[in-house]
Design a protein around this ligand. Structure first.
Ligand code: CP
Length: 295
């Protein structure tokens, strides 16, 4: 594996191997030294979790790590991402973690030989490392057994690259899928059954995956004043949830919208586990694409 671009490029075996490696790293059973490999992070969209967890992962692996500050770079003068990466390659940087507003930004970059690209989010298309850390968090929580689980997806599904990547991964593990969101935010998929209110289905759900309303990608200002009551999680609808019910969110959360503020520290929340596991998944990916371990 030279790149990580799209979850569809991974088999179930690959996904399980990546999660198992992340778990071994987390438990301190394996460690890698990548001090001979330079890496550059190029984030052309804002980020806290993905950027910082990659930075910490790179430091944990002793990688010389460089950040291209997009707003201060020649990208603002019209230089292409392709030319930018070629410049970095001339400095002997071969690893790139890139987030960009354009879907499939990486396609052109694949013409450049001898580099490794990790997609840190492309437009509304994919966010593969986030989906890997999400499935790792779930596998860890449910003792690596997701058979027959019922999933509910809420939030801005149509604009969420995380939702699309999550669904690609979850398909490998079976289960039943429901979605609940306003009509203008639906991302239709034959395997996901839409429901009109969270309360209609909450008593059957094992895992709710919530996704941020991405106002910055909306073409008009929608009125979301009743969103949480109908389509979000709150203490009231959780009264009917199963004892084992848990919820996730890739962050950042719009508290009061996808998830009520009263649930911020709820025992059912896996959100901070997701954040923590992001670092271990990203260490595992960096070790794999640099051939320090074979999948
Ligand atoms: N989940 C996620 O991608 O968060 P950031 O935008 O903070 O990186």
């Amino acid at each position: 594996m030279n790149h990580l671009l799209d979850i569809k490029d991974l088999t179930k075996k690959d996904i399980l191997n990546i999660c198992t490696l992340a778990q071994k790293i987390k438990l301190g059973l394996v460690n890698f030294d990548l001090s001979d490999i330079k890496i550059c992070n190029i984030f052309n969209e804002p980020s806290t979790r993905t950027f910082m967890s990659f930075k910490v992962a790179q430091q944990n692996l002793n990688m010389p790590s460089f950040d291209l500050i997009s707003q201060m770079s020649s990208l603002t003068k019209g230089e292409t991402l392709f030319d930018c990466v070629e410049v970095m390659k001339s400095y002997n940087i071969k690893n790139f973690v890139i987030r960009d507003k354009n879907n499939f930004f990486y396609q052109e970059l694949l013409k450049i030989a001898d580099i490794n690209i990790i997609n840190a989010g492309d437009g509304i298309n994919q966010h593969p490392t986030q989906a890997l850390l999400n499935i790792f968090t779930l596998l860890e929580h449910f003792n690596f057994d997701l058979k027959g689980k019922n999933f509910l997806f809420v939030g801005d599904l149509i604009h969420s690259r995380v939702f699309k990547s999550d669904l690609e991964i979850l398909k490998h593990f079976g289960g039943n899928y429901y979605s609940c969101c306003p009509r203008n935010l639906v991302d239709s998929s034959e395997i996901v059954k839409p429901v009109s209110k969270v309360s209609d289905v909450i008593n059957e759900i094992d895992v709710c995956c919530a996704y941020r309303l991405q106002y910055e990608r909306h073409e008009q200002n929608y009125n979301f004043s009743n969103f949480n009551q109908l389509f979000g999680l709150n203490k009231n609808n959780l009264k009917n949830a199963k004892k084992e019910f848990v919820f996730m969110h890739p962050g950042p959360v719009n508290y009061g919208i996808e998830i009520a503020a009263e649930l911020k520290n709820a025992p059912q929340s896996l959100i901070l586990k997701q954040v923590e596991n992001g670092m271990y998944i990203r260490m595992a990916i960096l070790a794999i694409i640099n051939k320090k371990v074979v999948l």
